[in-house]
Design a protein around this ligand. Structure first.
Ligand SMILES: CC(C)(COP(=O)(O)OP(=O)(O)OC[C@H]1O[C@@H](n2cnc3c(N)ncnc32)[C@H](O)[C@@H]1OP(=O)(O)O)[C@@H](O)C(=O)NCCC(=O)NCCS
Length: 242
């Protein structure tokens, strides 16, 4: 049996797994699915209307219809089993998050973003819309629309658009982060840049060009300081006479 306080709202088209626990003033707008044993903290919103859904709501409301934003939510939102979503977090409609998700307080996951299993979102992480993220990631900071992040990535900085034509609604190329890469605290990765497999971007670096696999870069603008051990060993073996 699931149990939840009476000040929470669960839409009729929400499927709650077994032993789901809900805090106070939780809002879950359907269609949505919450996996077994997941714990949702106070003041969490799951299935919040996306910007397109809100625009449709505004149009209808302004034309005199008696509607609320939840009437326009259509994307199915999924939070996997054995997860924890701490207080004040908002997960937008159409987001799909795998099992064993840990989401610290005041974190946002945007609409139609998918996150694999075993993700950890640190306090206040802002992960925007239409992003695809692999398994076993640790994320803080900011991830702009349409970024791609592989498996086993730690991303504690900012993945942002180039914004050379700051027009609202313009579709811009987004950074790509390959498997096992690390991006340090407050680093900025700007534009259509690929951070290679296993690469390391130091804290506070500003990256505007691709970073090669297993390369470590620091500074502003980012410069390589070394190839990481794994790559060195591999290339040593491939050199004749070694
Ligand atoms: C990059 C990092 C991993 C250090 O790597 P390292 O291979 O041990 O590098 P070293 O400490 O040997 O430093 C090599 C050079 O880079 C410089 N350097 C190291 N980190 C730097 C950084 N973040 N920004 C600018 N320069 C940096 C060092 O001063 C040194 O310069 P020098 O050769 O002129 O003396 C580390 O400094 C870093 O930025 N870690 C990320 C921290 C973080 O984000 N933590 C979040 C979790 S709390």
């Amino acid at each position: 049996m699931s149990k939840f306080p009476t000040d929470s709202y669960i839409a009729p088209n929400v499927i709650l797994g077994e032993r789901v626990s809900l805090g106070h003033n939780v809002r879950i707008y359907g269609p949505a699915q919450i996996g077994d044993r997941t714990v949702i903290g106070d003041n969490v919103i799951i299935g919040h209307a996306s910007s397109q859904e809100l625009a449709r709501f505004q149009e209808a409301y302004w034309s005199g219809q008696n509607v609320t934003p939840k009437d326009f939510v259509s994307g199915k939102t999924v939070v996997g089993a054995n997860s924890i979503v701490l207080s004040g977090s908002v997960i937008y409609s159409g987001a799909r998050i795998g099992d064993d998700f840990w989401c610290d307080h005041h974190t946002a996951v945007g609409s139609n973003t998918t996150i694999g299993k075993d993700a950890w979102l640190q306090y206040g992480a802002r992960v925007y819309n239409d992003i695809v993220i692999g398994d076993n990631v640790m994320l803080a900071g900011f991830v702009a629309n349409r970024c791609r992040i592989g498996n086993d990535v730690s991303m504690l900085g900012y993945l942002i658009h180039k914004f050379d034509r700051p027009e609202r609604g313009l579709i811009e190329d987004s950074p790509i982060v390959m498997d096992r890469a690390t991006i340090g605290m407050l680093a900025l990765v700007i534009g259509r840049v690929t951070i290679g497999e296993g690469a390391y971007v130091g804290a506070g670096a500003v990256v505007t060009r691709d970073v090669a696999p297993y390369e470590k870069v620091v500074g502003v603008p980012a410069r390589p300081i070394k190839l990481l051990q794994q790559l060195r060993k591999r290339s040593d073996k491939s050199e004749p006479g070694k």
